[in-house]
Design a protein around this ligand. Sequence first.
Ligand code: ZN
Length: 362
Amino acid sequence: MALLQRMVEIESPSDDKAALDRMGGFLAEQFQQLGGSISFSQQREAGNHLKAEFPGRAGKPLLLLGHFDTVWSMGTLANMPFRIDSGRAHGPGIYDMKAGITMMIFALQALAASGGNGHRPVTVVLDTDEEVGSRTGRPFLEAAARECEAVLVLEPSTGPKGYLKTSRKGVGETTIRVRGVASHSGVDFEKGHSAIVELARQLLEVVKFTDTARGITVNPGVIHGGTRTNVVAAEAWAGVDLRILRAADAAALEQRLADLKPFDSSCSIEISGGINRPPMERTEGTVRLFRVAQELGSAIGMDVEESSTGGGSDGNFTSALGIPTLDGLGALGEGAHAVNESIVVDELPRRAALLAGLLQSL
Ligand SMILES: [Zn+2]
């Protein structure tokens, strides 16, 4: 709890390089004290991504994967301080995912304390822009993952029983931008071609691409357009969230978006973006990891179950490379990205023990 409290109190929002680099420095010290060799991927705007490598027996390393950026702006701590109340620890980023990083540290400590190098080498990779799409973190973590046997992701677990995650949806974002023709809505109404009306019609088309049975959803989540009510709008755009369950569905969905044509030929439309996080599919390799976790769990009286989620993580990238990836190994709690963000304190030790067991047996 003391270590976790220190981490929560070093705020580290995705958009604050200085803050992220402070957090990275603190974590580097922790991993170094455990015997890790530290390296940073230096970034100009994002925080520097951290890698710590631990020796082991021969063989490919296991990758412990996570991020130390949070969705919480600098200063959040003032209104949402670290506190423990009724068995739960609260604070910005505690569940997503500073508790998961704490578990990594304690699992590595347990491994070192058990003596011997019977386990595989372990590589820890923590990136700093996961919450904003891992734009710079992705190549760094993918390069590390390619060297590894399997990936264990310490993102939060699912639900009140702390289920692991064996599949995640792929995530994308598209922007639909419409240019119309402005005019005075009273004097020259006929000369105008409303970008807002055109965009509205386009959105009614794209929502038809949703196919919940196939796990495809299309959500126009942001809309902007126009200047004044007495002006026929010259411009409008919408930001649309895309989710897919199967990698094979990405190309078809992107094609359907690219094929959109304006209803009003005096308007033009421009589509940008697409799927940027491939789905983490429930592969054989991932299921194998899950079975090992389940067996280890039963040895310590822990009911280990699997789940699937619509949310993406960096595990999507490593899984898409074909590397067995088990996610949701982090804390049990609730309220990721929400004011009730918290973890169940008593669940931390055995979840860390499960992680140490995985590091020892895989
Ligand atoms: Zn996260």
